[in-house]
Design a protein around this ligand. Structure first.
Ligand code: SF4
Length: 326
């Protein structure tokens, strides 16, 4: 038996779905395991392969190892350089169709049209892990086919970083094939051009649940304000209004980052009519509270300092931590 263990991440794990296909096609019995506490007494022995996306999942990985014994780990949480080639270097893993059978509630098709990124943000593992931007799949390759909904969750880190003719072809494919796409990892608003904005506006882009019209993007470094503003303008001129932009904002990464600097970014993003989506780096309680305040829309009714003070009063210990961090 091959046990495929997903330690973290909210989406079905693409690498494990490819491994499931690979092993099942070779006649192996595969059992997918989600997180810790899943082992049954009657589970027969077998090889355990695990995937973990986040370094911060160390505790869960240890718990899984206590439960299952030695685990062959992959994923950026354990090794930025790990790839499925370690399992079989003779396989083109991007071309292995994921096996969705362990995820019966999942109706989206998940994949990458491209890998890599043109930029080099200091906190990010993508350039090191995936290298330069390049095309890997068409939308038709990613879609499961048959009666599956035409909902494609694209994990591309730099969709417009692939050659122009490639992204043009993908967006034309989306229009002609009636695909809705969610570019969950965000497009690079800092280097968007007019044609890309126009072409993007003509496809059915969605949030990851496929409920709303959302284009994900990011503004992580305060120094990029001018480029961010220009990118938002370019998208708006092309037909993607700011209200469709969900802007990830990394907080807590820059050493010495002040609350003034964080709030400035937040006000610019919301002032332009975009949605701010803070992503705390590390485990600071004040930044997690800020993310909740922003993402749940509380900012519309309660100013941040009032919200923060209320939390301080609610928990003396939490309040002390907050005062240290703020
Ligand atoms: S643009 Fe995104 S994917 Fe590219 S290096 Fe920066 S954070 Fe990473």
């Amino acid at each position: 038996v091959k046990y495929l263990v997903q330690a973290d991440g909210s989406l079905p794990n693409l690498a494990l779905m490819r491994l499931a296909r690979y092993y099942r096609e070779r006649g192996e019995t595969v059992r997918y395991v989600r997180g810790e506490g899943q082992r049954q007494l009657w589970d027969p022995p077998g090889e355990v392969l695990g995937s973990s996306l986040f370094k911060s999942s160390a505790r869960i990985r240890e718990s899984i190892e206590r439960e299952w014994g030695p685990v062959r780990w992959g994923g950026t949480g354990v090794d930025v350089a790990s790839t499925l080639r370690e399992i079989d270097p003779g396989v083109d893993w991007d071309a292995v169709a994921p096996d969705y059978s362990d995820h019966p509630a999942e109706d989206r098709s998940i994949g990458f049209t491209q890998r890599g990124c043109r930029l080099r943000c200091e906190f990010c593992v993508v350039p090191e892990k995936e290298g330069r931007a390049r095309t890997v799949s068409s939308l038709a390759d990613i879609w499961r086919g048959g009666s599956a909904p035409r909902k494609l969750l694209l994990l591309d880190n730099d969709f417009f970083g692939q050659p122009r003719e490639a992204w043009r072809a993908r967006l034309a494919e989306a229009r002609a094939g009636g695909f809705r796409i969610s570019l969950l990892q965000g497009i690079n608003v800092r280097i968007i051009d007019e044609e890309a904005a126009r072409e993007l506006a003509m496809v059915e882009y969605r949030d990851k649940e496929f409920h709303e019209r959302v284009v994900y993007t990011a503004w992580d470094d305060l120094r990029d304000e001018g480029r961010f503003r220009r990118g938002v303008e370019t998208l708006a001129a092309g037909g993607v209004p700011p209200k469709h932009l969900r802007v990830y904002m990394l907080v807590g990464f820059q050493e010495g980052e002040t609350w003034e600097a964080i709030m400035h970014r937040f006000r610019v993003i919301t002032g332009l009519g975009c949605e701010a989506f803070p992503m705390p780096y590390g485990d600071r309680p004040d930044l997690r509270a800020f993310a909740r305040w922003a993402i749940r829309g509380m900012w519309r009714n309660v100013p941040w300092d009032k919200y923060r003070d209320r939390r301080k009063r609610a928990s003396r210990r939490g309040g002390e931590e907050m005062a240290r961090c703020a």
